[in-house]
Design a protein around this ligand. Structure first.
Ligand SMILES: [Zn+2]
Length: 171
């Protein structure tokens, strides 16, 4: 078994400008309206994802939980909390990295496109009806029935690009 604590990603780019507390408050209100239980563990896992700003696996979350709450947490309850948060559309799972991250807006329309920084792990999101309709058109042409669409684009975020300027553009 590998040491999960050493595989924690570096600090990512600053997350949602609305702030983590604002997202948590919205999530608390939505859970109340939906009459679903926002247990302390669910809140804590969501809070960790909001504060981190990038994508984390369940094992990385368990390791972070141990550090921030000073008590161990098994992966199974974390997975159950993550399943709840996904069902409420507060977070998403990235197919390419198997990491989870908190949406910028827990009450909004779920985004279609995810931009994943390979340097710092930050995840940016976009809602792009054009991309969605083009994918649906392509699927319809070959008689494919779309169940869900996830577009993940890997590269370098603006902050990491600023740290390492693109030399090809130099004159
Ligand atoms: Zn970055």
């Amino acid at each position: 078994m590998h040491d999960v604590a050493t595989s924690l990603p570096s600090v990512p780019c600053p997350p949602d400008p609305a702030g983590d507390d604002a997202r948590l408050e919205i999530a608390i209100r939505l859970c109340r309206e939906r009459n679903v239980l926002f247990t302390p563990l669910r809140r804590n896992v969501y809070g960790l994802l909001c504060r981190h700003g990038g994508a984390l696996t369940a094992y990385q979350l368990a390791a972070l939980y141990k550090v921030t709450h000073d008590k161990p947490m098994a992966a199974a309850p974390i997975y159950r909390a993550l399943a709840f948060l996904q069902k409420q559309h507060f977070i998403a799972r990235l197919e390419s990295t198997n990491g989870y991250f908190a949406y910028a807006r827990p009450a909004g329309v779920p985004p279609d496109v995810f931009f994943i920084c390979q340097s710092c792990g930050a995840v940016d999101e976009a809602t792009d009806p054009f991309t969605a309709s083009r994918l649906d058109e392509g699927a319809a042409r070959c008689g494919f029935r779309v169940k869900r669409r996830i577009v993940e684009v890997e590269g370098t975020c603006a902050r990491c690009s600023a740290d390492k300027p693109f030399t090809a553009h130099r004159r």
